[in-house]
Design a protein around this ligand. Structure first.
Ligand SMILES: *Cc1c(COP(=O)(O)O)cnc(C)c1O
Length: 435
């Protein structure tokens, strides 16, 4: 089916390992060992980094070599791709230098001038910028639609629509999209469905099992997990799409580097363990925040008060329990000034533009991650200017709660000070950014 959507015949042949594997191992085992535990005597247990641009060949026009040049493929990158694909019961993934490089390759692979893409209305800010400020200039049009409502996605589809791109849970509102419901709309119309699964990872959610054609990852977040290496990945079970992604990656020069592939693979080994623990901590902290009188609202799919709690329980169930990921967001009483004061007051949590790392990180969505999203569009998507995002780390939850307690107290004190209260958002935001 996907072949109908690619605009040129893929000229690449796939590595021999790309047939869809039948997994007999659990996700934690695959994350650690890949699809098949390696059993080569004398081999290093930690794997290796093949830090080389090029690979020796026997003769001109001789036997094809597994790797020729690292813009096309590299042994360390291969190791990561096999493991990333296997964890999702898919052929080897295609990895990139960043998550946005993966998204760019996806769009360039399946869209051309005149085509149209439907985007969920609460997606990563960088994806919005890519659509509005890059794809639009190439004649690729887009429509934002609330993906919580499949009928609205359906209504946004035009005869030129080739791709629907959604993210669940949405960043930073945590609003969920029912992937199956959207897939049911896309399939009969021969429209590809891509799901940005960065927040939950295949440990909690497997978009390909729910009818999505492509899963998109910023491996920079939970998968690498230690804040050390940028990266992106695309997984699909469609061989023609895989070949097309590899062709576009080679042509645009966006492949992951051997060192970052190694670091990402090392992160992947503990991904199931970390994602479950991040989720447990986030649940505790979300419940605590909800009882705090300084907090107006908490968004976390594991809360009873979450508007889509039933969908969350259904969509986030795994063989080892139900998990909702490590990211939550909340709104402070006192709005923007309180949020900015809070963000300046945290001591254990770090103010940074990141999620999914081992440490707890707070972010102000309106001025940091979503600064390039027009204010009207931000508000329509539920991203109020006072919203704080918390990526819950692996510290003892009691210590994170102690830090949040003192920062909330500082925020409360600050909003009672007229000088802070009257500061316009931009000036106060600059103070936060300058910190
Ligand atoms: C970070 C992120 C991206 C972009 O990934 P980079 O690795 O920063 O390029 C895309 N989608 C989501 C949901 C993200 O959080």
């Amino acid at each position: 089916m996907a072949l109908a959507h690619t605009h040129s015949t893929p000229s690449e042949t796939l590595p021999a390992t790309t047939s869809t594997p039948t997994p007999t191992l659990g996700a934690a085992t695959i994350a650690l060992h890949g699809l098949q535990p390696k059993r080569v005597t004398g081999e290093s247990l930690a794997g290796s980094i093949v830090q080389s641009t090029s690979f020796r060949q026997s003769s001109v026009g001789g036997d094809p070599v597994p790797h020729a040049y690292s813009r096309c493929s590299n042994p360390t990158v291969d190791d990561l791709e096999v493991a990333l694909g296997a964890i999702e019961n898919a052929p080897p993934a295609v990895t990139f230098g960043t998550g946005l490089a993966a998204e760019t390759a996806l769009f360039l692979s399946v869209l051309r001038a005149g085509d149209h893409v439907v985007l969920g209305d609460c997606i990563y800010g960088g994806t919005v910028r890519l659509a509005q400020q890059v794809l639009a200039n190439l004649g690729i049009t887009h429509t934002f639609a609330p993906s919580t409502d499949p009928e609205k996605i359906q209504a946004a589809i035009t005869p030129r629509t080739k791709l629907v791109f959604i993210e669940t849970p949405a960043n930073p509102t945590l609003v969920l999209t029912d992937i199956q419901a959207i897939a049911d709309i896309c399939k009969p119309r021969n429209i590809l469905l891509a799901v940005d699964n960065t927040f939950l990872t295949p440990v909690i959610l497997r978009p390909l099992d729910l009818g999505a054609d492509i899963a998109v990852y910023s491996t920079t977040k939970h998968i690498e997990g230690h804040g050390a290496a940028l990266g992106g990945a695309l997984t699909t079970r469609d061989p023609a799409l895989l070949a097309r992604f590899r062709f576009i990656r080679k042509s645009t020069g966006a492949i992951q580097s051997p060192l970052n592939a190694y670091l990402t693979l090392r992160g992947l080994r503990t991904l199931p363990l970390r994602v479950r623990e991040h989720s447990r901590h986030a649940q505790v902290i979300a419940e605590w925040l909800e009882t705090n009188p300084a907090v107006a609202r908490v968004n976390y799919p594991g809360l009873e008060s979450f508007p889509q709690a039933a969908l969350a329980r259904r969509a986030h169930a795994t063989a080892s329990g139900t998990f909702h990921g490590g990211v939550l967001s909340f709104e402070l009483l006192g709005g923007v000034p309180a949020a900015l004061a809070f963000l300046s007051a945290v001591r254990l949590c770090t103010l940074a533009e990141h999620v999914g790392s081992i440490e707890s990180i707070v972010t102000h969505s309106a001025t940091m991650t979503h600064a390039d999203v027009p204010a009207e569009q931000r508000r329509a998507a539920g991203i109020s200017d006072g919203l704080v995002r918390l990526s819950v780390g692996l510290e003892d939850p009691a210590d994170v709660i102690a830090d949040l307690t003192q920062a909330l107290a500082a925020a409360h004190a600050a909003v009672n000070t007229p000088a802070v209260e009257t500061k316009p958002l931009t000036a106060a935001a600059q103070l936060v950014a300058a910190k």
